[in-house]
Design a protein around this ligand. Structure first.
Ligand code: HEM
Length: 356
């Protein structure tokens, strides 16, 4: 029979807070909160990875059933709730004042969150490409045990890879046909023309020069056409401007545009949860960075990075699914969305009327 204390291994968990300041004979009251907060984060990272691996494994098969996508969506939603909660936890740690932190900071050297293996595994499992890393030698700061864990994570399939493969296999893409894509492209071009007209009208009313805003719209349109040009797309992949394959990108556009069709609702919610997770990881980074600058100002980190500057850059640059988020520039208002070919519209219903 299980007993509460044993089942939860409380002897281990509740006996795992050893204050460095006590070891040095200079008890710092707030070090307890510092340790417990980090441990709570690490426990949540563990749960996040548990969910994420199951999502990756579920999608890492030749054929992904509709119900499996729904399960993946539910698990990612859980991950997202955890990331929100984890980010809010920083405010508890901020009840510690910067001078209180100074009482024990020196005892922590050279330990740092920089050495959190679980956080690195999370980044790798999401699919953060090594080229995007601000500091490429991040694992040098770790001991052989943690380096082995990271190496193992690198050998595993990432969320980015399975999401890309799943998108590439979207069955409705073929059925949509060339005429449909032409109509869709025209609808986006028309929408951008309406944006231009609106910019001109507003600028005229406010006596402003619309050139900058118009140039931005031109850039969006040019980027949009690039999505359909094989040569240009492969150049963007080579130069690293884009990472998601052309076919997967078209699937994102298709799903987002026709997200209200019954069979596309779950895929759309799943993609939305993926980009939400990407945003929440960035939010975690920003929130952590703000707390760090409050605690130590512009001082270098105990892990040897530049501190605030380094962390700020990771928050800005280390997004994994920004290729998907970028597609939101091309969303068309419902009334301008081209109708789907009839055969395809029928296939996207849950009930095939011909069979009833
Ligand atoms: C007083 C509180 C904290 C301070 C002053 C602080 C400071 C820093 C600094 C300066 C860095 C940059 C690396 C370096 O050390 O040079 C860093 C990285 C990191 N910290 Fe914290 N931290 C604090 C709390 C936390 C907490 C509660 C967590 C939760 C697990 C955490 C997790 C991390 C992680 C994962 C990194 C690596 C980020 C990356 O490389 O992208 N930190 N921290």
């Amino acid at each position: 029979m299980a007993y509460y204390r044993d089942y939860l291994a409380l002897d281990k968990i509740l006996d795992a807070q050893t204050l460095e300041s006590d070891k040095h004979g200079q008890h710092a009251h707030d070090e307890m909160l510092f340790i417990v907060t980090h441990q709570a984060f690490e426990l949540w990272f563990k749960q996040v990875m548990f969910e994420l691996r199951s999502v990756i494994d579920t999608l890492n098969v030749p054929y992904v059933a509709e119900a499996a996508v729904a399960t993946c969506h539910a698990r990612l939603q859980r991950v997202n709730k955890i990331m929100e909660l984890a980010t809010n936890q920083f405010s508890i740690l901020e009840t510690m004042t910067p001078p209180d932190f100074m009482d024990f900071r020196a005892f922590l050297n050279p330990a740092s969150g920089f050495q959190s293996a679980q956080f690195r595994v999370l980044e790798i499992a999401l699919g953060l490409p090594e080229q995007k890393r601000v500091l490429k030698h991040y694992s040098d700061a770790m001991d052989p045990r943690d380096r082995a864990i990271i190496e193992q994570a690198r050998q595993m399939t990432s969320l980015f890879t399975v999401v890309e493969k799943w998108l590439e296999k979207m069955p409705f893409m073929e059925a949509s046909g060339f005429t449909f894509w032409q109509a869709y492209r025209q609808a986006v071009v028309d929408m951008l023309d309406r944006d231009r007209a609106e910019v001109r009208t507003l600028a005229e009313a406010e006596h402003r020069d619309p050139a900058e805003a118009l140039a931005q719209i031109d850039g969006i349109e040019d980027g949009f056409h690039g999505l359909f040009d094989e040569q240009r797309y492969s150049e963007m992949l080579t130069s690293g401007v884009r990472r998601l394959s052309q076919r997967a990108t078209h699937a994102v556009l298709f799903i987002a545009t026709y997200r209200n069709e019954p069979l596309l609702q779950i895929p759309y919610r799943f993609i939305d949860a993926v980009t939400e997770l990407d945003k929440l990881v960035s939010l975690w980074r920003f929130r952590h960075t703000l707390m760090v600058s409050r605690m130590i100002g512009m001082r270098v980190g105990t892990g040897g990075s530049s501190g605030h500057d380094y962390l700020m850059q990771t928050a800005m640059k280390q997004r994994v699914f920004d290729d998907i988020t970028a597609m939101n520039s091309f969303l068309i208002p419902a009334m301008y969305i081209p109708s789907l070919p009839q055969e395809l519209a029928q296939r996207l219903q849950f009930v095939n009327e011909a069979r009833t």
